[in-house]
Design a protein around this ligand. Structure first.
Ligand SMILES: Cc1cc2nc3c(=O)[nH]c(=O)nc-3n(C[C@H](O)[C@H](O)[C@H](O)COP(=O)(O)O)c2cc1C
Length: 310
């Protein structure tokens, strides 16, 4: 199950997604010790940020709706958490958000200095004004930020993109043109819940991001589309709660996976469970290497491979 994402080598491909139990070293260690291949940190910005007032989180059928507003301690206050988990040699991907390339570069340099093994540029938060999707929907901005970070950072750089776009493949290509080492897809899906008794949206921010089982088909479609447009690895995320879900993403074109909301469904040891389910499925279907499954359901990739063999 060993996996390579660019230069990043992991024991297994099932990674903790940004934003779930990843703000302190204690919970990140627990998750790694329960079978995760790596940990992505909560997205960290330049300064301490409180996030939105409550309610920020609502449990819905088949998923979770949240608008936390990117609460985080700020990069300087996050140093100790990274240093602490690196003492145990845990692979850690530092997620960062900024409002321009200068901010992204400062944050990426700090994460690298603290010991992160890779950087994830969050350009896809669906509800943070001035950040996220507002940058990540413009291919020129995505390419520019990625290029500027890549130019000065030695560790691999991933770009996390949003499903809330008509031009998702174009955005992924822009990240590849900016020399990104991998694409992470998808962030949450823009959504809303209304309380019909109060006649008001439930979230204080009104609009939030939907995650969990319900968004898996959206994520799989996004990975499938992106795989047709880029050559760099794709990390699939969105609604994965089982080994079969993970295999679907891999067959669409993903090299590795991230799991977030699934922790609420199957507990902290979901990572070990998913890894075991992938291995069991591979044994049953006589598949030796997980890499043999990447993109096998993707018609375009199959056509490209068969042409190159001729
Ligand atoms: C409570 C919560 C907080 C999140 N915070 C972040 C974040 O800080 N940065 C980020 O890139 N994604 C964030 N996400 C999105 C997840 O990393 C992931 O892309 C999304 O939830 C889809 O995966 P899932 O269905 O496995 O949860 C958050 C998701 C949830 C549910």
């Amino acid at each position: 199950m060993a996996t390579k994402i660019g230069a990043l080598k992991l024991n297994n491909p099932v990674i903790l997604a940004s934003g779930i139990m990843d703000e302190d070293s204690g919970s990140m260690k627990r998750i790694y010790n329960n079978g995760a291949g790596a940990i992505v940190t909560k997205s960290i910005g330049l300064k301490t940020r409180e996030g939105y007032p409550n309610p920020t989180f609502v449990d819905l059928d088949c998923g979770i709706l949240n608008a936390m507003g990117l609460p985080n301690p700020g990069i300087e206050n996050f140093k100790d958490e990274i240093v602490e988990i690196k003492k145990d040699k845990i692979p850690v991907i530092g997620s960062i958000f900024g409002s321009n390339s200068k901010e992204f570069l400062i944050l990426a340099k700090k994460m690298q200095e603290f010991g992160a093994d890779a950087i994830e540029l969050n350009m896809s938060c669906p509800h943070a004004k001035g950040y996220g999707l507002e940058l990540g929907s413009d291919p020129k901005i995505v390419e520019d930020i990625t290029l500027k970070v890549k130019k000065e950072i030695k560790i691999p750089v991933f770009v996390k993109i949003s499903p809330n776009l008509m031009n998702i493949s174009e955005i992924a290509k822009a990240a590849e043109d900016g020399k990104a080492d991998a694409i992470v897809a998808i962030n949450t899906v823009k959504a809303m819940k209304i309380d019909i008794d109060l006649k008001r949206p439930v979230l204080a921010n009104k609009i939030g991001g939907y995650s969990g089982k319900a968004i898996k088909p959206i994520g799989v479609r996004c990975v499938y589309d992106i795989a047709q447009n880029v050559k760099i690895p794709i990390i699939g995320v969105g609604g994965i709660t089982s080994g079969e879900d993970a295999i679907e993403y891999i067959m669409a074109g993903a090299t590795a996976l991230q799991v977030g909301t699934g922790l609420y469904n199957r507990g902290i040891n979901i990572f070990g469970k998913i890894n075991k389910e992938i291995i069991d499925w591979m044994k049953k279907n006589k598949i030796e290497k997980i890499t043999d499954l990447i993109g096998v359901a993707n018609i375009w990739i199959i056509q490209k491979l068969s042409k190159s063999k001729k």
